[in-house]
Design a protein around this ligand. Structure first.
Ligand SMILES: Cc1cc2nc3c(=O)[nH]c(=O)nc-3n(C[C@H](O)[C@H](O)[C@H](O)COP(=O)(O)O)c2cc1C
Length: 357
C-alpha cells in the first residue's frame, strides 16, 4: 500500500509501532515490525546516551529496514522544596508497604536531551520523532540535513501547525484514546483531549505535511478508518504492548489482554504529566492527596523506586500500566502477525467498502 508516509519513510505498509519509553520497545520488537514492512520505533526518552547508542546498534544488527527513535523534548520544572518534600513524605506509605527505603534522594535524571540528539546524528537514524514539544530549530535542521525524517507529536490543530512551521516532515496526531503520556505542549492537558476521529481530519485540513493517526487503533478497521480520515499511516502502541517481542512486564501484559475499554483513565499521579493508563490502586489513592503533584519530570523521579519495587514484587497496583482505550482488541501475538493481520484486514475492508456499507 502506497501512501505519503510509506514513500517518505521507505516502508512497505503504513503501520508504525509506537515508540514506548520504559522498556516495551525492545530491539527485537522494533526489528520484527520493520522486517514485517512497518516502522518499528524505539521509545528512548528515558535512556542514557550510552544505552541509546547500544540499543540502536542492536536494532541495526537485527534489521536492514528503516526504524525510528523517539525522544522527549525537555521542559523546565521549578517546584518548591516544600511541594517536593510534601509529596515525598506522602509517598513513604507506599515505600513502607513495598519494603523499600523511605525518603530517597531524588535521583538526578541520567538522560540528557542534547547528548541523546548527538547519538541520533552520529548513528544516522532513519527516523527521529519527538513528543512533549518542539525541538530547537538547529536540532530539526541538523537531523534533516543528515537524512533523518523528523516527526513531531500534536494533540491539537494548533500544535500541529506549530510543528509544521518548525519544519517537521510529518505530524503524529495523538487522539485522547491513546495510551501513555499525552504529547500536549501548548495548552493544559485537560483542554487538549480530542478523540482520534475528530482530531485527525481537522489536523489533515490544517497542515500540508503527512499526518499519522494515533490513539485507539488496534486492527485493520482502525487503520482503514485512519486512511479514510485523511491520515497517511497509523501509529499503534497498545496492540504491540501485548506482542511476544514486547518488553512489557508479564503482569502488565496480562492486564493488557484482560482489561476492557472502560479500564483506563488519564492521570498525572505517576509522573506529573497527563498519561492514559489502566486504573490502579495508586491512581485512585493519589486522588486523596490534598497537595500539589510536582510537575514532570520531578514526580516521575519521585515515584521511580515505588514503580520498580512494585514490578519486582509482581504487584500491578503500584506500577504504571500505560494503555489506550482499545484494550479489548489486544491479544498476545507475534509482532509480525499484528502487522500482517492489520494490513490484510485493512486492504480487504477498503476493497470491499462499497459492498459492506
Ligand atoms: C506504554 C506506552 C508508552 C508510550 N511512550 C511513548 C513515548 O515514549 N513517546 C511517544 O511519543 N509516545 C509514547 N506513547 C504514545 C504512543 O506514541 C501513541 O500515541 C499511543 O500508543 C497510541 O495509542 P494506542 O496506545 O491506543 O495505540 C506511549 C504509549 C504507551 C501505551
Amino acid at each position: 500500500m502506497d501512501t505519503k508516509i510509506t514513500r517518505m519513510l521507505n516502508i512497505q505498509y503504513p503501520i508504525l509501532q509506537a515508540p514506548m519509553a520504559g522498556g516495551p520497545t525492545t530491539p527485537e520488537l522494533i526489528a520484527a515490525v520493520s522486517n514485517a514492512g512497518g516502522l518499528g520505533n524505539l521509545g528512548a526518552g528515558y535512556l542514557t546516551p550510552e544505552q541509546l547508542r547500544h540499543a540502536i546498534k542492536e536494532i541495526k544488527q537485527l534489521t536492514k529496514q528503516p526504524f525510528g527513535v523517539n525522544l522527549f523534548v525537555p521542559e523546565k520544572s521549578d517546584e518548591s522544596e516544600d511541594t517536593i518534600s510534601q509529596m515525598s513524605d506522602y509517598l513513604n506509605k507506599y515505600r513502607v508497604e513495598l519494603g523499600i527505603t523511605q525518603n530517597p534522594i531524588i535521583p538526578k535524571a541520567s538522560e540528557s536531551f542534547y547528548e541523546q540528539v548527538q547519538v541520533l546524528l552520529e548513528e544516522q537514524v532513519p527516523v527521529a520523532s519527538f513528543t512533549f514539544g518542539i525541538p530547537a530549530q538547529h536540532i530539526i535542521d541538523s537531523l534533516k540535513q543528515q537524512g533523518s525524517v523528523v516527526i513531531g507529536t500534536a494533540t491539537t490543530v494548533d500544535e500541529a501547525k506549530q510543528l509544521e512551521l518548525a519544519g517537521v516532515d510529518a505530524v503524529a496526531a495523538q487522539g485522547s484514546e491513546a495510551g501513555g503520556h499525552r504529547g500536549t505542549f501548548l495548552k493544559e492537558a485537560a483542554h487538549s483531549q480530542i478523540g482520534t476521529m475528530a482530531l485527525v481530519p481537522q489536523v489533515v485540513d490544517h497542515v500540508s505535511v503527512p499526518v499519522i493517526a494515533a490513539g485507539g487503533i488496534m486492527d485493520g478497521r482502525g487503520l482503514a478508518a485512519s486512511l479514510l480520515l485523511g491520515a497517511s499511516a497509523a501509529q499503534m502502541g497498545t496492540v504491540f504492548l501485548a506482542s511476544h517481542e514486547s518488553g512489557a512486564h508479564a503482569v502488565y501484559k496480562q492486564k493488557i489482554v484482560s482489561s476492557h475499554e472502560d479500564a483506563t483513565e488519564i492521570t498525572s499521579a505517576y509522573s506529573g504529566k497527563a498519561a492514559r493508563g489502566i486504573r490502579t490502586k495508586f491512581m485512585e489513592d493519589m486522588q486523596q492527596f490534598s497537595g500539589a503533584i510536582p510537575a514532570y519530570p520531578i514526580q516521575n523521579a519521585l515515584t521511580k523506586d515505588i514503580r520498580q519495587a512494585a514490578a519486582k514484587a509482581n504487584n500491578p497496583e503500584y506500577m504504571s500500566l500505560w494503555a489506550g482505550q482499545g484494550l479489548r482488541l489486544a491479544s498476545e501475538r507475534a509482532a509480525a502477525d499484528i502487522v500482517r493481520q492489520t494490513m490484510d484486514q485493512a486492504l480487504n475492508l477498503i476493497k470491499n467498502l462499497k459492498y459492506e456499507m
